[in-house]
Design a protein. Structure first.
Length: 287
């Protein structure tokens, strides 16, 4: 559906029998925008509108998210490695192999960095928005709400039966500007049934906290590979009222990338692009 809020004609890339939806807007150096959980390409709609006259904007929906297919576990392994492999396959299919700027948010940070640390010579610039590409900082406690969704049948039931993860996020992840109802509906609309909420649940279950967790070693590898990108220009825009990706994560980014340009907002939440409209101006200037 194309409308004023999401005025884009989508495209589909088929991989392993599954359709991955993505936006491909504009021409010029590529800007790849990687979303997290429980969002989809809709999160980047205003960035695409602002950049497509000067850049080629590529915005995938992860499998299970947005307008991509939402298979069950028999057809897709909902793990971090699968996400990175999907992203790489899409960029190869689109012949995007140089001068890439990444914009990453939430799970998009570790997914995007999984690609960037593998192909550092392809990366031009990086924009970081309330995300991570390393293990939980020692100063940060794992939030109870995520623990319930990750580890308990009750948490999983609430996510799958009532769409609790996406609904609550739409309510609490904007602090400066509460999300309008029409926008809330668009954020949660892809997750409209038990089956279609599989990715929002599996993302939470895949959070690696200790050795032995399925994606733990991969996060360690990506974390150690961040030094390959130390000389790339980086812009960090951070909402400080984020109960998951708190300032502990922001400070770790700054420690690892001390030359980054940083804009931090005391009254903004996790959906920082929704809360702080001027971030788009910072991104345009940075590019």
């Amino acid at each position: 559906m194309v409308d004023d809020l999401y005025p884009f004609e989508g495209h589909y890339f088929e991989r392993n029998g599954l359709r991955l939806h993505y936006l491909d807007e504009g021409e010029g150096d590529p800007v790849v925008m990687v979303h997290g959980n429980p969002t989809w390409s809709f999160y980047y709609r205003n960035v695409v509108l602002a950049l497509r006259n000067t850049h080629r904007c590529i915005v995938p929906d992860h499998i299970g998210c947005g307008r991509s297919d939402k298979p069950d576990d028999s057809r897709y392994e909902y793990r971090l490695q699968s996400r990175i492999d999907d992203l790489e396959a899409l960029l190869e299919y689109l012949d995007i192999r140089s001068r890439i700027t990444f914009i990453v948010h939430d799970w998009g940070g570790i997914i995007g960095m999984g690609y960037m640390t593998k192909y550092p010579d392809r990366i031009k610039k990086i924009v970081v928005l309330n995300t991570s590409a390393f293990h939980l900082p020692s100063t940060k406690r794992f939030p109870l709400a995520l623990w319930l969704g990750r580890n308990t049948h009750l948490g999983g039931f609430l996510i799958r039966r009532f769409n609790a993860f996406a609904r609550v996020a739409a309510m609490v992840c904007c602090k400066r500007h509460p999300m309008p109802t029409v926008v809330k509906r668009r954020f949660i609309e892809p997750y409209d049934s038990w089956n279609n909420r599989i990715a929002t649940h599996r993302f939470v279950q895949d959070i690696p906290l200790k050795e032995g967790d399925p994606s733990y070693d991969l996060v360690t590898e990506i974390q150690e590979g961040l030094t390959k990108l130390g000389d790339r220009p980086m812009l960090i825009c951070w909402g400080e009222r984020d109960f998951v990706f708190s300032v502990h994560f922001r400070d770790e980014w700054i420690r690892r990338f001390p030359n980054a340009v940083v804009h931090t907002y005391k009254d903004a939440g996790h959906y920082v692009l929704e809360d702080v409209k001027e971030i788009i101006d910072h991104v345009k200037a940075f590019l």
